[in-house]
Design a protein around this ligand. Structure first.
Ligand code: FEO
Length: 393
């Protein structure tokens, strides 16, 4: 297993994670155009050794081999489970089977999950609380409760002497390649996409966590997906904006069209928006990547949905998009809906029912029969200009 790559991020702190180059979906939902990584970190203290998070099921032997390049896995004293989701905790049973002394470090909620998902017995769990510490000998771990980032049990681990924050999912990105943030000019684009997919529904929890770590002296942020941040202020600032729901003068426009009538409504709508100075991101639901749509929703002030009626309701792709908008709770303030039907409407009513209590102010909905007439286009442009005024306020 000499081919296995490990690297040192600080003295006696080593990356022993794995890269999942070929994974195409996360949670059977989120496309991963750049794969992902499962970062695991080995900290070698003067008295004790600790592993921060493990890796996805299927990579247990690779993780074991990497640890073995640095220490005998039976010399691990602590396995810190920042988060119980299997992409980070899935190798815990294997490590505990080849090591008879290591204890799993987690909080009360994590302990229950570790027993349920991974069969970890009580006598091999060390339950910690917020701000508890463990001394490894010259390396001190501090645990920071950060619930809902992204499950209820989530904690961050801070390595005091090296000023390294291990926040697991938080500050992550789904990228298999690269090591540090300097490797990517466009890292914030990937991080924004990841924030939208994973963190956006939990913006208030993100704000609480950011407030908690505000006064921590952090030199390195080592998340459990994607590159390690050495320019820590850049990602912390970006997260501050996203978590606070800061939006741009921007509209995300998503649509699906069957016989081009809805598309003929969308085109004048976006032209009118842009003529008023609104930034527009357009996504055809047939070919778009849902992660790209979600990335745009992170900082869009408005969402425009275009959908024909199919069997008395929205086209299923648009129904899915509307559901995602509701579930992911973007900071979007305004909305509009455009629809064409062939022989019977219903999409507009379904849209209003779905997003009625979402907190999005639906500025207007237009539902027409067949392709838009000149009068319809005038109405569509009028609605677009009304929406643009709201966005530009
Ligand atoms: Fe990367 Fe919530 O697991």
């Amino acid at each position: 297993m000499n081919w296995l790559n490990v690297f040192t991020i600080s003295k006696d702190v080593h990356w022993v994670g794995v890269r999942d180059w070929n994974r195409i979906l996360f949670d059977a939902l989120i496309p991963l155009p750049m794969g992902t990584s499962y970062n695991s970190y080995l900290i070698i203290g003067e008295k004790k050794n600790a592993l921060i998070d493990t890796v996805n099921p299927g990579f247990e032997k690779e993780l074991e081999g990497k640890i073995r390049k640095l220490i005998d896995p039976s010399d691990l004293d602590y396995i810190v489970m920042n988060h119980a989701e299997p992409d980070h905790a899935g190798a815990i049973p294997h490590l505990m089977s080849i090591n008879s002394k290591a204890v799993l470090v987690t909080n009360t909620r994590g302990a229950k999950m570790a027993k349920t998902y991974f069969g970890v017995p009580d006598d091999r769990i060390l339950i910690i609380s917020d701000q508890d510490t463990i001394d490894l000998g010259g390396k001190t771990l501090r645990f920071i409760e950060a619930p809902m980032l992204h499950w209820p049990e989530t904690i961050f681990t801070y390595l005091h002497e090296d000023k390294i924050l291990f926040p697991c999912d938080f500050f992550g990105s789904h990228i298999a390649k690269g090591v540090y943030d300097e490797d990517f000019d466009d890292l914030l684009v990937h991080a924004q996409r990841y924030f939208g997919e994973i963190m956006m529904p939990f913006k208030s929890a993100a704000r609480r966590a950011l407030a908690k770590i505000k006064d921590l002296d952090i030199s390195i942020i080592a998340p459990s997906h994607g590159p390690i941040h050495r320019n820590t202020q850049r990602i912390v600032r970006a997260y501050g904006g996203w978590a606070n729901g800061e939006t741009r003068r921007k509209a995300t426009v998503v649509y699906v069209t069957m016989w081009k009538s809805t598309e003929k409504m969308i085109k004048p709508f976006i032209e009118a928006l842009m003529s008023e100075g609104v930034e527009v991101s357009l996504h055809d639901l047939v070919s778009s990547d849902v992660g790209d749509i979600v990335k745009d929703l992170v900082d869009s002030r408005a969402i425009v949905l275009g959908a024909p009626t199919v069997l008395n309701g929205m086209h299923p792709l648009a129904f899915y998009a509307a559901y995602l908008v509701k579930a992911l709770r973007p900071p979007t303030k305004f909305g509009a809906f455009l629809s064409s039907y062939g022989w019977g409407g219903g999409a507009k009513k379904q849209f209003q029912d779905m997003l009625g209590n979402s907190g999005i102010d639906v500025v207007g909905s237009i539902e027409i029969n067949g392709p838009p007439s000149e009068e319809d286009i005038e109405q569509i442009v009028g609605l677009s200009k009304t929406l643009a005024l709201k966005i530009m306020e």
